[in-house]
Structures are given as C-alpha cells and as structure tokens.
Design a protein around this ligand. Structure first.
Ligand code: ATP
Length: 133
C-alpha cells in the first residue's frame, strides 16, 4: 500500500516522524482516516482513540486529545494537545482521574465551569481507558 510522510507532535515535542499507510483520528466532526494522496486539508481534532498504520503494517494505537491535523502537498502534520501511545498510558492514573471526575460530577451546586472541567476530565480518562483495553 502507498505511504505518505507523517509527523505527530505535541507542545512537548515530536513524537513520530516517518512514513505511514494510514492515520485515523477523531476530528471535531467525526472519525477521519488519512491515506496517501489525500487532498490538502485542515481540521481541528476532538478527543478519541487514534491509530497509525506503519509501512510494515504494524498498527500503533494512541489516545488523541485535541489539536489540529493538516495535509499539505501529500504530507500530514498532526499537532495534538496531548497524544499518548497505548504503551505510555498509565491505566491506574486514568482510573483514578475517572473516579475523581465522577465524584465531582455527582456533587450538587457545581458551577457551569466546574461541571465542564470535570466532564472533560472524565472524557479524557475514558478515552485513555478505552485505548488501553
Ligand atoms: P490527571 O488528572 O491524571 O492529570 P488529566 O486528564 O487532567 O488527568 P491532562 O491534563 O490531560 O491530564 O494531561 C496532563 C499530562 O499528563 C499530559 O502530558 C498527558 O499526556 C499526561 N497524562 C495524563 N493522564 C495520563 C495517563 N493516564 N497516562 C499517561 N499520561 C497521562
């Protein structure tokens, strides 16, 4: 299968640079797969499971939490707010974050902002746990 150059980074640095057959991420409008030959394109990313299929057909799963993806002249650049490869996800930490967020959401009298923060924390924890499964 044809490949294309892919770079994945976060504000902390470059996490991947190489040829890929496919990258699948959740954009703000739904799941998206980029293959070789994709037209020039740009989208904001949502929170969700992601994966990259490498030249040798290996699949690497990850949690992707926000950011931007662009395709320009055949090269794909993915700048994520956070990107965690499956093997780097700490399930215990995600479970603890999930529990804290659920406890917070079960309280009454939260402000709108507190509710939204707790909800986003819960969603991040759930994405991490589903990638880790
Ligand atoms: P926590 O309450 O555990 O910090 P969080 O959802 O608030 O969770 P983030 O603000 O999304 O955490 O992430 C802060 C940093 O910690 C990022 O660099 C992120 O990649 C990393 N991180 C957060 N949770 C995990 C996890 N379960 N496993 C590995 N890295 C994590």
């Amino acid at each position: 299968m044809k490949t294309f150059p892919l770079r994945i980074g976060t504000p902390d640095g470059l996490l991947f640079e190489g040829e890929a057959e496919r990258v699948v991420v959740r954009s703000i409008t739904g799941d998206l797969a980029i293959l070789a030959g994709h037209c020039n394109f740009c989208t904001a990313l949502g929170m969700g499971e992601a994966h990259v299929v490498l030249e040798d057909d290996t699949r690497r799963d990850a949690a992707c939490i926000g950011g931007m993806l662009s395709v320009m002249d055949g090269a794909c650049h993915l700048l994520a707010t956070t990107w965690e490869w499956k093997e780097d996800i700490d399930a215990e930490r995600a479970n603890a974050a999930k529990k804290r967020a659920e406890e917070k959401l079960a309280r009454t009298g939260l402000t709108d902002k507190e509710y939204k923060i707790a909800e986003a924390k819960l969603r991040r924890a759930l994405v991490r746990l589903s990638v880790k499964e």
